[in-house]
Write a protein that binds this ligand. Structure first.
Ligand SMILES: Nc1ncnc2c1ncn2[C@@H]1O[C@H](COP(=O)(O)OP(=O)(O)OP(=O)(O)O)[C@@H](O)[C@H]1O
Length: 360
């Protein structure tokens, strides 16, 4: 499925057109779990609705299975949508809800029964067929909504924050189940979420959106390890940003002069001497030590605050007037690796973990 140069604007309260999607270009591969990730209002639902055919772009096109969908109404597209709000028929039983789409298509008798039952088994609601939606938990309702959407075997399944109404534990369980289901069905899933962890866990590839544009597109690991902008670095997890100027470029890396002194990075791509740059380093890549070593890339910091989160300690640090954050795995209570309030520490910034952002 492709999105070609899609532009969309809405009229604001004064009737002025306000762009919400700017020239979106995307190629979503067949059988891929693809996520649209971004903060509230960035345009991800609008893009999904354009794929579904519920909205028309001002310009540009959606192509599914090689066919231009311009002018093709929603119900004739080879897609189905699962919404956050389930949207089940309250007066129909679970089995009739699931069978609905097949009946519309004229499937009857044994085939209807077999296909409905098979899909219900797949999403583990095989024993709930006679219940009504109001007799189900939120997780069960979402399974019915899923069954109803996949029973028609669409080429593409569109999912608009389908797990966001569920509690954390159930959400985590369904994340795993959904990605297993996608693999088993081999169907293309396009999944909208504002939850970065959800996108990282489930997706083959993720498009990070910001203000109607795609900021970066790639595999989870690429986006996390090599963010291109401060927005991506901070939207996917958290990050320490350090500004500086390139002073030296060698074969295996570059030196950046910063407020903390010179820092080495193993990156060199696209850099020129004298260029101002922003470095990004993930909090878990900072190594906290009691004493300075001599290998460089170390800065002195003071522990300002400590947040205990169970698996790790999050240290808020002050270094040369800047706030930094470091995560350290929680070892045994009282172990040598624990640091106290106001303690002076040395922070080692591994050169391979210092990422040069393309845009500050
Ligand atoms: N029908 C509409 N008329 C006018 N403006 C709209 C309409 N639908 C959406 N918008 C605006 O378009 C922008 C993008 O909205 P959209 O729902 O696509 O964002 P989103 O990323 O899905 O956000 P959320 O996670 O909050 O659902 C927002 O500024 C929103 O206010």
């Amino acid at each position: 499925m492709s999105v070609v140069d899609v532009f969309k604007s809405y009229r604001d309260t004064h009737g002025q057109p306000t762009p919400v999607l700017h020239d979106i270009d995307l190629d979503i591969r067949r059988g891929e779990f693809f996520s649209l990730l971004g903060p509230s209002g960035c345009g991800k639902t609008t893009l999904l609705r354009i794929l579904a055919g519920f909205e028309q772009p001002d310009s540009g096109a959606v192509v599914i299975g090689g066919r231009d969908m311009t002018g093709v109404p929603a119900h004739q597209r080879p897609v189905n949508t699962v919404f956050q709000s389930y949207a089940l028929f309250p007066h129909l039983s679970v089995a009739d809800n699931v069978a609905f789409g097949l009946k519309q298509k004229g499937v009857r008798g044994q085939e209807l029964k077999t296909r409905t039952e098979r899909v219900m088994e797949t999403v583990q609601i095989g024993d709930l067929g006679n219940r009504k939606p109001d007799q189900l938990s939120g997780g069960q309702r979402q399974r019915v909504a899923l069954a109803r959407a996949i029973v028609n075997q669409p080429e593409v399944l569109l999912l608009d924050e389908p797990l966001s109404a569920l509690d954390l534990k159930l959400r985590k369980q369904l994340q795993v189940e959904l990605s297993n289901l996608q693999e088993q069905l081999g169907m293309t899933f396009v999944f909208v979420t504002h939850d970065q962890e959800e996108a990282l866990v489930m997706s083959d590839r993720i498009a990070v959106m910001n203000r109607g544009r795609i900021e970066q597109l790639g595999r989870a690991e690429e986006l996390y390890e090599r963010p291109r902008s401060a927005f991506v670095a901070n939207f996917l997890g958290s990050s320490n940003l350090i500004s500086g100027t390139v002073t030296d470029i060698q074969a295996g890396g570059a030196t950046i002069q910063t407020g903390f002194g010179p820092l080495r990075t193993t990156q060199t791509q696209g850099m020129t001497t004298g260029q101002p740059v922003t470095l990004s380093i993930r909090p878990e890549k900072l190594r906290m030590e009691r004493d300075m070593e001599t290998e460089g890339n170390e800065i002195r910091a003071r522990v300002d605050d400590i947040v205990y989160t169970g698996a790790e300690n999050q240290y808020l640090l002050e270094a040369n007037g800047q706030r930094l954050i470091a995560f350290q795995l929680n070892t045994d209570i009282g172990a040598d690796e624990d640091f106290g309030y106001d303690e002076e520490v040395a922070l080692y910034l591994p050169p391979a973990s210092l990422v040069v952002l393309e845009e500050g």
